[in-house]
Design a protein around this ligand. Structure first.
Ligand SMILES: C[S@@+](CC[C@H](N)C(=O)[O-])C[C@H]1O[C@@H](n2cnc3c(N)ncnc32)[C@H](O)[C@@H]1O
Length: 401
């Protein structure tokens, strides 16, 4: 079987130099050798990176609290679909389902949890981890192609979720929906631009080499609207695939909320000189200088352009709300009961001290609190209901940024 390097070289021989986004797509999602396809072990504390749910269950518990409040803002509907994109190993889903069942039984009764995962290896793992939830019909696990078809774009009248009474893949009539994505958009392939144009990857003498092609009108429009143009020696990413995917998600939310949590920035921050070139390869918890080394064995990410995501939600009839940091968001949800969700099982002072440190890591600027941002958008929900959401209570006003 050819290696991923050989596969990419073959594609370059057939097509000529490929866009960086295609190279990144193959490295992450090639069905045999892609980083997310090979096996599910790279994720988590022992792997290349860990996410908030690896730190402590309180992340999912606080979000369960926020989802329940959103459900009430949507009129405590008989059914609600919570759709998580890129659930990975499903830790977050488990925490949300367990906590909702324990603390918010009415919400849990109305809830169906839809896991949308592109990696077959991770879907297999989700089907095992959440076997009981899936068997009881509380959760379903699907590919994004099963729920986001191109024909639906712009109609906005059908839910993205499979019909409760039918097999997976069919569309439901309007059911309020909460879409959630944690560290999802940073794993989308990006275009890379410099003053020389748009990055292409060529193969020579067994090595990948960078060449440049003229930037496309779409890439230039992306920079004009949502980002900045690169200066000499700079590289700037254009998130065309993420923008398109966001359009599709937002178009398919009939009524409800969208929440994305990720490393990211706004155009204003780029104009202030920050986040100009954020592409990284990550292996064994350290940043690798070379995205062309060991294709498929290292993660490749780019910080999320929240200005482009927010604009996509608004194009599809949603209202994007003030961006908050993960610190502000979690503090807003947890302060009312002094983060009791974190300490529920602690019996001894040492246990409380350990959990307090984990919570601190999620919330403080030195941990994940300031590097992660939270974008919330809503459709068909009154402004006063949205502004009462606990997670937005510490927010800043984007018009004053
Ligand atoms: C960085 S991981 C984040 C995992 C998880 N959300 C967490 O916080 O631990 C990104 C996940 O998104 C999945 N993914 C990427 N593109 C996708 C797509 N188009 N549809 C569904 N899942 C996708 C990847 O396979 C991977 O599981």
């Amino acid at each position: 079987m050819p290696t991923l390097r050989q596969k990419i070289e073959q594609e370059i021989r057939e097509r000529g130099p490929i866009p960086f986004s295609r190279y990144m797509e193959l490295c992450l999602y090639d069905l045999e050798h892609g980083y997310y396809s090979r096996n599910a072990e790279q994720l988590g504390k022992a792997g290349d990176f860990y996410t908030s749910s690896d730190v402590h269950k309180v992340f999912g518990r606080l979000l369960a609290r926020q989802f329940e409040e959103m459900w009430r803002a949507l009129g405590s509907s008989e059914h609600i679909d919570l759709i998580e994109f890129g659930p990975g190993r499903g830790l977050f889903a488990q925490d949300v389902l367990d906590w909702s069942e324990k603390k918010f039984p009415d919400f849990f009764y109305a809830l169906r949890y839809v896991l949308v995962e592109s990696s077959p290896a991770l879907r297999a793992r989700l089907n095992e981890t959440l076997a009981d939830r899936i068997k009881s019909g509380k959760a379903v696990c699907v590919k994004s192609t099963e729920i986001l078809s191109a024909e639906q774009i712009g109609k906005g009248t059908t839910s993205v979720v499979p019909n409760r009474s039918q097999k997976q893949g069919a569309l439901a009539p309007e059911v309020p929906t909460i879409v959630f994505a944690n560290e999802f958009f940073d794993a989308f392939p990006v275009e890379v631009l410099s003053t020389k144009g748009s990055l292409r990857i060529d193969a020579r003498d067994g090595r990948f080499v960078e060449t440049w092609a003229q930037a496309s009108p779409e890439e230039l429009e992306f920079l004009d609207r949502y980002s900045v143009h690169p200066e000499a020696l700079e590289r700037i990413e254009a998130h065309l695939a993420a923008k398109q995917f966001m359009d599709r998600i937002a178009a398919n939310i009939p009524r409800g909320f969208f929440i994305a949590i990720d490393y990211g920035y706004t155009r204003e921050e780029q104009l202030a000189g920050r986040h100009r070139g954020t592409l990284k390869a990550i292996r064994q918890h350290s940043i690798s200088a070379d995205p062309y080394e060991a294709p498929g064995e290292q993660d490749i990410t780019a910080d999320v352009n929240f200005t482009a995501l927010a604009a996509a939600t608004e194009r599809q009839g949603m209202q994007a709300h003030k961006l908050v940091t993960q610190s502000q968001f979690l503090m807003g949800i947890g302060e009312a009961n002094q983060f009791a969700d974190a300490f529920e099982e602690c019996r001894l002072p040492q246990e409380r001290a350990k959990v307090a440190l984990q919570l601190k890591h999620l919330v403080t600027p030195a941990g994940m609190g300031e590097s992660f941002q939270v974008l919330i958008a809503s459709k068909g929900v009154g402004q006063e209901k949205v502004s009462e959401l606990a997670g937005l209570s510490f927010g800043r006003d984007p018009t004053r940024e």
